[in-house]
Every structure is written in C-alpha cells, then in structure tokens.
Design a protein around this ligand. Structure first.
Ligand code: ARG
Length: 461
C-alpha cells in the first residue's frame, strides 16, 4: 500500500478499503498526460518564483526520466500505488530525493485529475475525429464512383422510389459530417485549463494560470475553481457525440447486413472482413458489421453511467467522480476501433450494380412517377394516385410491372396515357429528373459532391 496521505490517521487502511478506493489499475492509462501536466505546473511554479530554477530542472529531468522509462517498458506502473498521481510523485521522490516533494506545491489531486482527464479526453477526441474524417473520405469517393448506380430506396423496408448508391451513401456522409462538426464544437467548449483550481478554492500561491493553460495548449484557464474540479460536462458531451456516431454506424451496419444477405445480394463483404461458421461450411457471416452494431449498446451505457454518476453530486469534488474513467475509456477505445474497422469494411465491399438496378426496376418504384405523369397532363394528384393504384393492382394480378403494360391496357384504365408514358416511368427518367438539391439526380449529386469536395479540403488543412 503506497499512498500520499496518512499523517492524521492512527490506523492502517483496511486492505479491502484500499483496493476499493484505488484507481491505479485504470488511471495509469493517462500516465503521459499526468506527467505533461506536472511538467507544465513545475515550469509555472519556477516562473512565479515559488521554485528555484535548479529545483525546476531537477524535477523536470526526473519526470522526463520516469516518462521515458515507462514508455520504454523499463519502469512498470505498479498497482501497489493508490493512483497514477501517487505513482509519479513517489517515484520522483525516490529518484531525486527531497526536491521531488515540492512537485505538489499549489496543487491538489482534484485539479490534477481534472486536468489529466481533460488532456486525455482531448487527445482521444482528436484521434476519434481523425477516424471520422477518414470515413467521410471513403464515403465521398464511393459517392463519386456511384452517381449512376441505380438502386431502390426504401421506406418501412419496402421498396419506395428509385435512387442511386451515391445518394444512399450520401445520407451517411451527411451524418458523419455532422459527427465531425459536433466533435469540433465540443473541443471549442472544453479547451480551458482547470489546473490551479486547487482542491476547490484556488490557492494562496501566486500561480500563473494563464501560463500553465498556454503551455498545455488550452485557450485559457477555467473561470471558477469549484466548477473546474467538478466539471465533467465535456466527458458527457463527448460520450453523447460518440453515442450518436455509434448509432450512425449501427444503422449503416444494419443496411450492410441486409444488402449482404442471400436474399438481397446487393453487395458482398470482403473475405477479410467476414467470418465462417464452425458447423455450416457454406457460411460467410457479416460478423464485423454485427459487432459494430452490437457495441453501440456499451457506448450508450457509458453515457448513461456518467449522467447518473454526476446527477446528485454537491459541489465540489466527490469521490464518485473517480467512476468517470473506466466506462468512458472503454467507450473511447470502442468507438475508435469500430470506426477504423467499419471504414476498412466499407472500402473493400464489392457492390453488385446489376442486382441493385434489377431490384430498383421491380416493386413499382416508378408508381409515383406514373402519377406525376397524369398530373402533368391535367389530372388532379389525388385522382392520379387512385388511377395508378388501380394500375398497380392490375399488374400484381398479372404478375407484370408498369413498364410491361401495353398502351391499350393503360388506356383502359385512363385515356390520358399516351406513348410517352414509357419514357416518363423508365428507371433512367425516374432518377435523372430528380434534380432539386438533395435529390438523387446526377446534376443534384454533382453539386453536393462539389460542396463535399470543399468540406474535405477545408478540414484537411
Ligand atoms: N483517483 C481520484 C479520481 O480519479 C483522484 C482524485 C483524488 N482526490 C481526492 N480528493 N481523493 O478522482
């Protein structure tokens, strides 16, 4: 048992209590951020005249040594310490002697852990944002490739109207762009430094909080010391954004699973992203898509857990807040992994445009266009809707599609139909005439793709 306190205690901590209280098994994950924070703190203490330059240099050299030994594997972060902060301080004192005892001047573990969590979360946010960006680039190139690949669009998982693969992937492109922007928003709001808040009420030392904030890449210091040590809004905001990302991935996975099914055969997931069955030799299963869909639950779980942990906490720090770490870290890792795997899977999918086109031609996806034809010839829309309903019924009865009906058959139901009905309801017309911005027509798609080109160029800067 190695802890930083004990002076006012007359008994040893119970072993079970010690273990229950300790956080080193999971907060060792931010050892780097903890040491970077300490180095900034020490530089500031010296600049403010609280430490001498010699003391500063001794401590900095000591921490740098610990950091590089941990990174090289020469030094193990042992679970015998209470938390990562105790490990670093105790190791420092062990290595450089009494000067190491000055590291924690003007600081509490409360503002220290608030800083570590923020630095770690900021790093993870940026790494996840990179993965989202990579995914938007994959969507963008698939869109460019498939402007003319026809497929059915669905509502209620029933064929509705024809569209294109570019348009369908374009829907996810919009979602992932929003995800990216949401991450940027969170970054803007969270990027203020809590270090210097002390336990809850600041300190009497003349700390230069602007300096530490700047050294650590923050926009500036946080403005209320109680809020600084007890704010985990940014974790909740990020878990919220991550939950939305997972929801988007999960919906896309669901579609990929359906498209990859024996019944649809719109696509084939690459062998490298599929798995087999231990008993059925013919099987090639979409396990990666299913796992991404499945892992959505644990990310939502992390969000609910954090909201619940925080909801009843009086100001300022409470030990409940130590529970901000395990599930949150798991969510960060899960989302990063899912994004990378999903992107790899999407990039390597083989699309079957002939199957999609054939499917788009069946199922009366051009019924709305047949009604629009009548409207363009003076029939009120409601009447046109009724007439086409009768056409569909007639076709179902005969086992044919609208394109297969003779003009006589059309005219028997409505005399308004003429020879040009065939062109008006052809798959090509149905797609290519839909050119209002946001629609699947190629002219509209080209405009959106140009906007996305610019979006990607801006973000790549
Ligand atoms: N391990 C603690 C946490 O994660 C560090 C802060 C400890 N502060 C305290 N007052 N006990 O929250």
């Amino acid at each position: 048992m190695a802890q930083l306190w004990g002076g006012r205690f007359t008994k040893e901590t119970d072993k079970l209590v010690y273990n229950f209280n300790a956080s080193i098994s999971f907060d060792k994950k931010f050892y780097r951020q903890d040491m970077e924070g300490s180095m900034a703190h020490v530089k500031m203490l010296a600049a403010a005249g609280i430490l001498t330059e010699e003391e500063r240099d001794d401590i900095l050299r000591g921490i740098e040594g610990i950091l590089s030994d941990v990174e090289s594997g020469a030094l193990d972060i042992s679970d015998e310490y209470e938390d990562i902060h105790s490990f670093v301080e105790a190791t420092l004192i062990d290595r450089i002697g009494d000067t190491g005892k000055k590291l924690h001047t003007g600081r509490s573990r409360n503002d220290q852990v608030a800083l570590d969590m923020k630095l770690y979360t900021r790093d993870e946010l940026l790494a996840i944002r990179d993965e989202v960006f990579a995914l938007t680039k994959t969507c963008h190139s698939l869109m460019k490739e498939h402007i003319h690949t026809a497929m059915p669009g669905f509502t209620h998982l029933q064929k509705a109207q024809p569209l294109t693969l570019a348009h369908h992937i374009g829907a996810y492109m919009e979602m992932f762009k929003r995800d990216y922007d949401r991450l940027c928003d969170i970054y803007e709001r969270m990027n203020y430094c809590p270090l210097g808040a002390g336990a809850l009420a600041g300190t009497t030392y003349p700390l230069d909080r602007e300096m530490t904030a700047e050294l650590l890449g923050f926009y500036g210091p946080t403005l209320n010391s109680m809020d600084s040590v007890s704010d985990r809004d940014y974790v909740i905001e990020l878990l919220n954004a991550l939950s939305i990302i997972m929801m988007h991935l999960s919906r896309f996975c669901e579609e990929i699973i359906v498209w990859n099914s024996n019944e649809y055969q719109f696509i084939e997931i690459d062998d490298a992203y599929s798995t087999g069955s231990s008993i059925m030799p013919q099987k090639k299963n979409p396990d990666i898509a299913e796992l991404v869909r499945g892992k959505t639950g644990r990310v939502y779980g992390a969000l609910m857990s954090m909201l619940t942990t925080m909801k009843g906490l009086p100001l300022a720090y409470n030990k409940d807040m130590q529970e901000d770490k395990e599930l949150t870290f798991d969510a960060y890792d899960t989302v990063k992994g899912c994004l990378a795997l999903f992107n790899g899977m999407l990039k390597t999918i083989t699309f079957h445009p002939e199957v999609m086109e054939k499917s788009a031609k069946n199922g009366f996806t051009n019924a709305t266009d047949a009604a629009d034809y009548l409207v363009n010839h003076g029939v009120p829309f409601r009447d046109a809707h009724g007439i086409v309903g009768r056409l569909v019924l007639y076709c179902i009865d005969k086992g044919i599609s609208l394109d297969d009906m003779s003009l006589e058959e059309y005219k028997a139901i409505s005399p308004v139909f003429e020879e040009d009905i065939y062109d008006a309801i052809s798959l090509k017309t149905c797609i290519e005439k839909r050119n209002t911005i946001g629609a699947p027509g190629p002219e509209a798609m080209e405009k959106v793709i140009a906007i996305n080109d610019q979006w990607i160029a801006d973000k790549a800067k």
